[in-house]
Design a protein around this ligand. Sequence first.
Ligand code: GLN
Length: 483
Amino acid sequence: MHQLTLAEIARGLADKKFSSEELTKVLLARIAQLDPQLNSFISLTEDLALSQAKAADARRANGESGALLGAPIAHKDLFCTQGIRTSCGSKMLDNFKAPYDATVVAKLAAAGAVTLGKTNMDEFAMGSANESSYYGAVKNPWNLEHVPGGSSGGSAAAVAARLLPAATGTDTGGSIRQPAALTNLTGLKPTYGRVSRWGMIAYASSLDQGGPMARTAEDCAILLQGMAGFDANDSTSIDEPVPDYSASLNGSLQGLRIGVPKEYFSAGLDPRIAELIHNSVKELEKLGAVIKEISLPNMQHAIPAYYVIAPAEASSNLSRFDGVRFGYRCENPVNLIDLYKRSRGEGFGPEVQRRIMVGAYALSAGYYDAYYLKAQKIRRLIKNDFMAAFNEVDIILGPTTPNPAWKLGAKNSDPVAAYLEDVYTITANLAGLPGLSMPAGFVDGLPVGVQLLAPYFQEGRLLNVAHQYQLNTDWHTRTPTGF
Ligand code: GLN
């Protein structure tokens, strides 16, 4: 039963092959048995899950239907869940029980989804390896000595290991797409403003976006349907109608113009990944797509711009965690300054402290123009590059990451080495564009992802291309040994 996708679960529940309660019990038992190897969950919510499953079964018995009614999922632990620990992977929020549900959590619960728990993540979503979590590293089910990617590494590892069919993630600079790539999943970062950020603990507000992680594009369509939509509580939420994503899956790719940026195939890319990306291009050509070489000339500036803007916003967002308004409070402070200093010094881990320092520096009076303002100008150039490219093509295709999953600890002493892994993903966040990663093969037994980018609000186009690709390839069906 644990191999079923969301789409198969929906059919099984509708055909009364099993109940949501039965399925939920099977998956909870599987998590108890296998998760100690992976550490993909921070909290399990067994009681909530069983009561939601029973309620979903009762709704079905009363004639209700819906693809998410009775479907087991989990939330990345930065989505606020009422009365349940919402830690953000940090000691700072280790004992924080959110007083309300994030919009995404509330919407999915209303659609009948069953929450099995809260997944592990990099502290405050800062990282690409899930090693900065206060709750310990997450292991990649494809090789337990390797990282699963981050920051949504817990969601990725759990779904890849068939502990559950799908989970939510968030993506500020790649945190849905990169862990999806490194664990053989399909993950979608929607257009900025498509999914409400209300109740999603902020890292960098102008870049953060929640989205689905699952094994197939078909399942991402189902989960995104439950997450997307206007929310008056989020001032950056966009009031655009939400299309039927599942209905968009079956469009023909005949004549689809795919742009492949020449800058993507530079020295930093593992040549074995380059080959797999070229194979996926050939596969899409067979389905009728037309390939065109394009250029994104400002891509080389993306990492420096992102690693100014994201820390700048983080330094501001994280100022609320001071031991008074929110978060961990140190023992026996001698005065107010001591309370602030030690609460933040003890509550935040080293990567979060590094980002706060960098961000505060970039925003300080003497350096604002030189760093923050410059980075914002680069951001606009990157957006302009994409706008020009999308005048010529419908989709942009390339690798999701320059390398497969690295060994646990391999980049711990060199933060910049980890930042460089984000080279293909962060441009979509800087421009606010939707992006998807899907399985494209393996290197040394480790999964590789291909990334697709589309114009604003064209999530349906991304899901369509990915679904057609998945009908003709079987990379996404591969299961890690032992799971
Ligand atoms: N790796 C990037 C960072 O550390 C992206 C993280 C994310 O998308 N949350 O900022």
